[in-house]
Design a protein around this ligand. Structure first.
Ligand code: GAP
Length: 507
């Protein structure tokens, strides 16, 4: 994408704010960073924890049919053989032998340059929101450079997985612009390998999990035998997953270490899976709205039947409109009983449930809503980022940056601000309120600088409310001003009203 692209510019501003205000830093930055890895700073961890807590409360604690689990990140290598990840968890990889760059074949697009029905060369670009236009522009530039006469046909973009063997040597590498250096696509397994114990041979080999889901399948029987659960029921887990992505990109959207929130909802083999699938899609959509994502940014994408795995009955992704394009946020898959059956076969341990009605045993089917915490966090940052104007101390309008987080997610819920710092009566009352709020909520105390500047600092980190302790507070009725981040309106309220407001909005 060109840097003149306004969406790219917006992304740059969001990334800069995330770094400047301590939400997200590149990992190992003092050593030049490590591609695909990120650290969450003081505000980032709070935001991330709030996302996890909201999900856990709504998905597990507030429902009677779902229980939680925390399985280990490194599991027996047989888990990944049975699940199919060792053989099939791959992305198609293309190398450029000259530049040593690596590309995901399905993200590297090319087209023959056709002039009056004759192929005169090839052009390539990396996938973007404007792949077709960029390829067309590249074809025009190619024709001009080679001074070829005649009418250029519209380009027909294909990705490298669709290239014929004889075309590969003719397609230019995006790194060098020259043909001849790209390799044919090969399957690249995305699991990070590791060794358990002192030996470094195949018997000690295992993997960092690429998804949390397998923990729920492998522990299915243990949960059934100990958890007093009855179909339909779900097992939910939040935890880190690792994928050696060929091209991590778009900030934390696709990284190599990320966190997932997954839930396996087990249903009877004869249950109406389609109805259940639809209900979970809607549940997930409603949950995203409940944490403040705008409906206008959400859409659904049903995977075409011919692209589904053979065992899959259907997958629908909830898509989010990020500044870099509409992309998958949450996948909701109907996986049949494939995973449990695979583990039953490989471990020789039955994964069945006894049906009291029919007196028959069966392997339950599953609906799997799987989402990344980091992808939600990025969506929340992008949807919340607003630049508008606010009056300064003298009433002059100035630019302000706001993160319009929902109160449920905001890393700081309230900022407590004494109007001036050199009046003990004010600071004492402010400190008292701060200490009381702090027992229950993440709050911030700030007495330095002009009040307008202090508001601005809180707007930029998404604090929904500021309370200002002024002379009226200590000399009159004890009320203080409550300032709303989004409307910037102020009103006087009592302490009890503030606690009631927080109780209502933060759950
Ligand atoms: N168990 C099913 C599963 O893992 P997936 O579509 O591969 O399905 C589920 O992943 C979700 O995890 C995605 O919808 C996305 O939100 C998140 N995710 C996957 N790969 C990711 C990556 N490399 N970086 C950040 N989040 C990722």
């Amino acid at each position: 994408m060109s840097t003149a692209d306004p969406s790219n510019d917006l992304m740059e501003r969001i990334v800069a704010l995330a770094k400047r205000r301590g939400f997200i830093f590149p990992s190992s930055e003092i050593y030049g960073g490590l591609n695909g890895f990120f650290d969450y700073g003081p505000l980032g961890v709070e935001l991330k924890k709030n996302i996890r807590d909201c999900w856990w409360n709504d998905m597990v604690r507030r429902r009677d049919d779902i229980v939680g689990l925390e399985s280990s990140i490194i599991m027996h290598s047989k888990v990944w053989e049975a699940s199919g990840h060792v053989a099939g968890f791959t992305d198609p990889l293309v190398d450029c032998k000259v530049s040593k760059q690596r590309y995901r074949a399905d993200q590297l697009f090319f087209a023959p340059v056709l002039v009056e029905e004759k192929i005169v060369g090839y052009v390539s670009v990396l996938e973007s929101e404007r792949t077709a236009e960029e390829l067309q522009a590249a074809a025009e530039a190619f024709k001009r450079k080679k001074a070829i006469q005649g009418k250029l046909e519209p380009v027909q973009p294909r990705d490298m997985t669709e290239a014929k063997p004889e075309e590969i040597p003719l397609i230019p590498s995006p790194a060098t612009g020259e043909p001849g250096s790209l390799t044919p696509p090969r399957a690249f397994n995305m699991m990070f390998e590791t060794y358990v114990g002192a030996l470094r041979d195949d018997s000690a080999k295992s993997y960092l999990r690429p998804e949390t889901a397998q923990g729920m399948f492998v522990d299915f029987k243990s949960v059934v035998d100990t958890g007093r659960v009855k179909l339909p029921f779900g097992i939910a887990q939040i935890g880190k997953s690792f994928r050696n992505e060929i091209t991590p990109r778009n900030f934390i959207f696709r990284s190599r270490e990320f966190e997932q929130m997954e839930m396996e909802y087990f249903i009877h083999e004869d249950a109406d899976w389609d109805k259940c699938h639809k209900e979970w899609i809607e549940w997930c959509r409603q949950w995203l709205l409940s944490i403040g994502l705008p409906e206008s940014h959400l859409s659904l994408y049903a995977h075409p039947k011919e692209k589904l795995a053979f065992y899959s009955k259907g997958t629908v992704d909830i898509m989010f409109k990020y500044p870099f394009g509409v992309q998958e946020l949450w996948g909701i898959a109907a996986r049949g009983n494939y995973d449990l059956s695979q583990h039953a076969k490989a471990s020789d341990k039955p994964m069945e449930i006894f049906d009291e009605a029919t007196k028959k045993k069966f392997v339950p089917h599953v609906i799997e809503p799987a989402v990344g915490v980091d992808r939600i966090l990025l969506a929340v940052l992008c949807a919340g980022y607003v630049e508008d104007e606010a009056p300064d101390e003298k009433g002059k309008m100035e630019k302000r940056t706001v993160l319009r987080f929902s109160p449920r997610l905001a890393p700081v819920k309230v900022a407590v601000l004494p109007l001036v710092k050199n009046k003990e009566a004010l600071t004492k009352r402010a400190e008292e309120l701060y200490a009381k709020l702090k027992r229950k909520y993440a709050v911030f105390y700030d007495e330095s600088g002009a009040i307008g500047r202090r508001y601005r600092r809180q707007d930029e980190i998404g604090t929904p409310w500021c309370v200002t302790i002024d002379f009226e507070t200590v000399e009159k009725d004890g009320t203080f001003t409550l300032r709303d981040r989004d409307t910037m309106q102020q009103k006087r309220i009592h302490e009890a009203e503030l606690f009631a407001l927080l109780e209502e909005k933060i759950y």
